[in-house]
Design a protein around this ligand. Structure first.
Ligand code: IPM
Ligand code: MG
Length: 361
């Protein structure tokens, strides 16, 4: 059966890296029997430029009708002064919430070939394999009320609201425990229960859900300590589960352990395994259009899409093998370049992955 993939390149390097991921999907279509139809849509700043909204109706319809969504990145200097309600980021947040993609899986895996590209000592990061499960449609990102108001004394006051219902915590906890069951059966829930009532409830509910998973060893950690432990001894973690904002911060931190944020894919899933797949990095306007960006995070996002939404585990593995192969060939984009390797551009990296895929027919 034909699968539909909505391709939303977005802004900045999103456009270049998505083009390389599309090459990989085309290769899978042509040579590996994948039957995926791709259709492109606008999101973020490029959508705003075309139609004054970061999430046009047509894009939302396309994403809703698709089996999976591949997204590049959104944002850029050009749109920073726009009202927050129409900023590029709203396009991404709108997709996440409209599609109810509440479970964000962000693996941080260190490819052994990149042990020396990390700013941390190789022995601290070698063999690293962490899965961060981030709640994606709730918490302070979406809580009401929010805004900036003027107080009686004329001073302005900004405010946001951190809210979680029990059911929101329960469903993300189940995803995290299920993920842990398929891995090393250790789950660390990250909160700030010593200060924030909302995350005190988080801790309580996660503990309650743990009763259904007696095989999983559950621990709790405050977010400040978790940030420190991630750079001190990251291999103590297997699966981490946390709120929207803490997950945003900790996943960037975990990304750097792997050498570059340019290597990390992500999957944002709804309750039926429909997903949106995107690199965890942003649109990097400073290097956009220069053929410098690393397309591997986006290509690895295709691999996650094959695994979680298109039920094509074998092809997911082939894509991962192809990425391994180009790293073995010592090809490196600027972000992961170290002495003794060959520096390549975005397109050459994509082409090399396609060639590696083909050699593994
Ligand atoms: C991410 C990004 C987004 C987020 C931004 C672009 C809205 O940082 O996916 O981690 O904060 O969730
Ligand atoms: Mg982020």
């Amino acid at each position: 059966m034909t699968k539909k993939i909505a391709v939303l390149p977005g802004d900045g390097i999103g456009i270049e890296i998505t083009a390389e991921a599309v090459k990989v999907i085309e290769c899978l279509n042509n040579d590996f029997g994948l039957n995926a139809e791709m259709e492109q849509g606008l999101v973020g700043g490029s959508a705003y430029d075309a139609s004054q909204t970061p999430l046009p109706e047509a894009t939302l319809d396309l994403a809703k009708a698709a089996d999976a969504v591949l997204l590049g990145a959104v944002g850029g200097y050009k749109w920073e002064s726009l009202d927050i309600s129409v900023r590029p980021e709203k396009g991404l947040l709108g997709l996440r919430s409209e599609l109810e993609l509440f479970a964000n899986l962000r693996p941080a895996i260190l490819y052994p070939q990149l042990a020396h590209a990390s700013t941390l000592k190789a022995e601290i990061v070698s063999g690293l394999d962490i899965m961060i499960v981030r709640e994606l449609t709730g918490g302070i990102y979406f809580g009401q009320p929010r805004g900036v108001r003027t107080l009686e004394n004329g001073e302005q006051q900004g405010f946001n609201t951190l809210v979680y219902t029990e059911s929101e915590i329960e469903r993300i906890a189940h995803v995290a425990f299920d993920t842990a069951m398929k891995r090393n059966k250790r789950l660390c829930s990250v909160d700030k229960a010593n200060v924030l009532e909302c995350t005190e409830l988080w801790r309580e509910v996660v503990t309650r859900v743990s009763q259904a998973y007696p095989e999983v060893e559950l621990s709790h950690m405050y977010v400040d300590n978790a940030a420190m432990q991630l750079v001190r001894e990251p291999k103590q973690f297997d699966v981490m589960v946390t709120t929207n904002m803490f997950g945003d911060i900790l996943s960037d931190c975990a990304a750097m352990l792997t050498g570059s944020i340019g290597m990390l894919p992500s999957a944002s899933m709804d309750k039926n395994n429909k997903g949106m797949y995107e690199p965890i990095h942003g649109s990097a306007p400073d290097i956009a259009g220069q053929n410098m960006a690393n397309p591997l995070a986006t290509i690895l996002s295709v691999s996650m899409m094959l695994r979680y939404s298109l039920q094509a585990e074998e092809l997911a593995v082939k894509v991962e093998q192809a990425v391994n192969r180009v790293l073995d060939q010592k090809l490196r984009t600027a972000d992961i370049f170290t002495d003794g390797h060959t520096r390549v551009g975005t397109d050459a990296m994509g082409d090399a992955v396609v060639a590696a895929l083909r050699s593994n027919l």
